[in-house]
Design a protein around this ligand. Sequence first.
Ligand code: BF8
Length: 652
Amino acid sequence: MAEKCLTVCSASESMIAKAEQEGVSTAFSRSQEIKPCPFGVSGTCCRNCAMGPCRLTFKGEVTEEEQELGSKRGVCGATVGTISARNFARMIAAGASAHSDHGREVAQTFLAAAKKEIPGYDIKDEVKLRTIAGVLDISTDNKDKYQIAREVGEVLIKEFGKQEGELAFVKRAPEKRQRIWAEHGITPRGIDREVVETMHRTSIGVDQDYRNILLHGSRNALADGWGGSMIATELQDIMFGTPIPLRSKVNLGVLKEDEVNIIVHGHEPLLSEMIVVASRDPELLDLAKKVGAKGINLAGICCTANEILMRQGVPIAGNFLQQELAILTGAVEAMVVDVQCVMQSLPSVAKCYHTEIITTAEKARMSGTSHFEFHPHHALEVSKDIVRRAIKNFPKRKSVNIPKEEMDLVAGFSHETVNYMLGGSFRSSYRPLNDNIINGRIRGVAGVVGCNNPKVPHDKIHTEVVKELIANDVLVLQTGCSAIACAKEGLLIPEAALKYAGPGLREVCETVGIPPVLHCGSCVDNSRLLIAATEMVKEGGLGNDISDLPVVGCAPEWMSEKAIAIGQYFVASGVYVVFGVTFPVTGSKGVSDFLFEEHDKITGGKWAFEPDPHKMAALMLDRINKARKALGIDKPQERVLYDMEMRRELKF
Ligand code: BF8
């Protein structure tokens, strides 16, 4: 029997082989050993009280109708639809909590920076600050940036505990979208409130109508996308600078044999931005030389990597499934973690080498690690202490085995940059993008995002879906670990347009000088995609709402509850979203029908589940084609061969 393909990333493959040889357990090996619970996978296990857990199984026992009506029920009488919807809604609540708690930390730090209480943090992007102040109806007349920032911070921090009205950023959405949310009672009110209400509704004996539970799930998810995540993105941009395109490198080959390697891993740039500063400190660089290293090399894993890549050009060592593999190189002096997507196995892997795992968040402690508690008030000192510790570890290295693979990438596509790149500095707008969609050079836009999951070959589904989309003239916007997967494959450089893109997309990319796949940031930065879609609507010519656009989304290798929250806020915002691997409601026909079909009639967006990358791409293309037809822009355009003169005159 052929061996199971674990990854298409050759750097990872060599480290997985090394782990096997050295008897080190990784997510790849554990995933082979663990047999997932079939009830959990399909969403039909309820453990929300102590009368169960109730695991409902139906194979050959009852009809589909009986399944939903409930001839077989949990001890409390809950039907499979109720159980499945409760579980799904709780995933949304957990995912929204993660993004929003991140947003809260950022908002608190932002307010302290505005009050000049925390040295090292500042208000860097005054243009964006004024834009956001405008959105919040805060007057900027005769006020300096700190005063404006203070008022912005005070308004946004209240969004978390808001009890009345609606979230402030809701009004950034197209008007028709806002009306749809209001009509269905899913306009988010307060960020924390929606999470608490999800937990209440889904506890024993409360909301027992699966449609009603899932509609609130949408409201909760919208509180993430148009609330917590959007606050995180906007305030990070104002504090640290809105990303602009830059070049960097990706994959394990960015680690250096002759330098102190520090990996930052997790999500919040509050910490990693300061580690960047500390790693460039001349005194610490001297210290590194004293222990025999040529310098200090900082690299990232997961979303904090995306954050400091986008703003500082710091290289990325890998995505979610490479966190253990980076340690296996024997070249990492310290892995500094904060919150989310940090594997509990890291200390066990690190024990076999000289790597020190350093936790920094009070809310995310791990045994077998060192803890350097991070607080914005003494951020730089803690960051320097961490770098000093890493330097101290350098002489403890044993054998080092760094894979050679590294790849160039271009990142830094905030929605403001897309605006500028396509529209030009004098008339930045989404008009050229809309025009190129209308004239058919660009068929549509796809957001391809999300995690890795060892149930499927690492990076394979991401890269295959994206290649197929760009070959069909779909411009791809990426975030999270999906962006890292495609960057390693060489899809995030302008040259990729020549190699992989269809003729229309290639022409646009060549003219503008952009890759066919744009790196838009971390997972909270999916909020950038909501704003980009809104700008496309407002620019005109592509309908009145996000649901009219030839725009789709997918998370080919998802694993985190955060991905479910993101998927749901896109579906609730009017987008067609396809997930691969597994889908956690397939045990209930009613809930599956609701999410996969009925939802389209409510919000103009719906879910689909398709693990095969080619079928996934086909589903997305089909949806894009249907949107083009509905807009009346599906007629084939006459193709013209452009000479240099005509190209120069092209108005992008
Ligand atoms: O928030 S894509 S594995 S790192 S959850 Fe985690 Fe998934 Fe990566 Fe970023 Ni997002």
